[in-house]
Design a protein around this ligand. Structure first.
Ligand code: DAH
Length: 343
């Protein structure tokens, strides 16, 4: 058997040789276990001390301890180096650059039309109107006849209305919900009806084949024209967030009498005249009026006892007025560069 001294030196030599060959953290871990573990080579050497004389024992003990420290220190340094190398390699492999700024997640948001719709409905719900959804596909009766349109009224014309099979059509306005409500409920009725409408028009910057409206109506005993005016003023003040100047102009719709159109002072130029208000200083916002007695009668509501007001407005128009968007087609092109501007 070789002397203890030789064994120590051969262990040192073999350790350094193996250390040179360790190329991964895993290699180094097993090297450490092999030399420094509980059943490792250094520990085995320690056991050899039993066979030494009492003079030799402390001397060899010291030498083995020095070797143990030497091995430990080499292992620690090499492990540190290998760990750093492996991390650098992984970063290169994953092409991860931790110094780059983080990627921003893409957040969806609601469409500008829906944002405006939500705003309008929130205001009107707060004013006591309940929300009623009506059908997009409806009949002549609900879209026209029940609203006092004469049988030969030009709005029924094939050119404006998308007619479907068997007497059905795509509603041309949300006023159809008025007729459904009047036939289904008894007053007091206080409702708003949001939704999509369809007209057979050429698509241009100003008109589209489909668009959105909100219709509102209130039927009860003693509902007056003054109620309509104050409701419109209060609604528009809340919508624009300021006290807006309003103008009521007489107008004609078959389902109201009297009928009117409501304008507000141009939000862009404050009335001095600009492109948005076509230099009139006013923006047309909605149509409104007192519900025609024929409409009430059609729903078996006695116009001698009850009266009501109604109004309708286009949502696209409201967004255009608040943002100055020049072309209505932008709403339907799903262009994120456009849509992401509305947060
Ligand atoms: N339905 C009309 C349209 O689409 C808008 C309208 C005008 C609704 C006057 C009303 C109203 O309720 O009273 O142009």
């Amino acid at each position: 058997m070789s002397s203890l001294h030789e064994q120590i030196e051969s262990l040192r030599t073999s350790f350094h040789q193996e250390l040179k060959g360790a190329s991964s953290v895993k290699d180094l871990d097993s090297l450490k276990t092999k030399y420094l573990g509980k059943k490792g080579s250094v520990q085995t050497l320690m056991q050899e001390l039993r066979h030494c004389s009492s003079e030799e024992r402390p001397v060899f003990g010291q030498v083995i301890n020095d070797l143990k420290e030497e091995i430990t220190s080499h292992c620690t340094h090499t492990l540190d180096r290998l760990q750093r190398e492996e991390l650098a390699h992984r970063i290169r492999e994953e092409s991860l650059d931790p110094t780059l700024p983080g990627k921003r997640g893409f957040l969806g948001r609601s469409h500008p039309i829906h944002q405006m719709m939500d705003k309008v409905l929130t205001i009107l719900s707060g004013m006591g109107f309940s929300i009623q959804y009506g059908p997009d596909v409806d009949t002549e009766h609900y879209n026209f006849g029940g609203l006092n349109f004469a049988p030969d009224h030009p709005a029924r014309d094939m050119q404006d209305t998308f007619h479907l099979n068997e007497g059905f059509l795509l509603r041309t306005h949300t006023s159809n919900v008025q007729v459904h409500a009047i036939e289904s409920f008894t007053p007091p009725i206080r409702m708003v009806a949001p939704g999509r409408c369809f007209r057979n028009e050429d698509i241009s910057a100003r008109s589209h084949v489909f668009f959105h409206q909100v219709e509102g109506f209130y039927i009860d005993k003693g509902v007056s024209f003054a109620d309509l005016l104050s409701t419109m003023e209060s609604f528009l003040d809340q919508l624009f967030g300021i006290k807006v100047e309003t103008r009521f102009r007489p107008s004609y719709f078959p389902f109201v009498e009297p009928g009117m159109e409501v304008d507000v002072r141009c939000t862009a130029c404050k009335g001095s005249g600009c492109r948005l208000c076509k230099h009139s200083g006013w923006l047309e916002i909605l149509g409104a009026g007192m519900i025609h007695p024929n409409v009430l009668k059609n729903g078996k509501i006695d116009p001698e006892v009850y009266s009501g007001y109604a109004w309708g407005m286009g949502i696209e128009r409201l967004v255009i007025l608040q943002t100055g968007i020049p072309d209505i087609r932008l709403f339907t092109q799903n262009d994120l560069r456009f849509l992401s501007q509305f947060s």
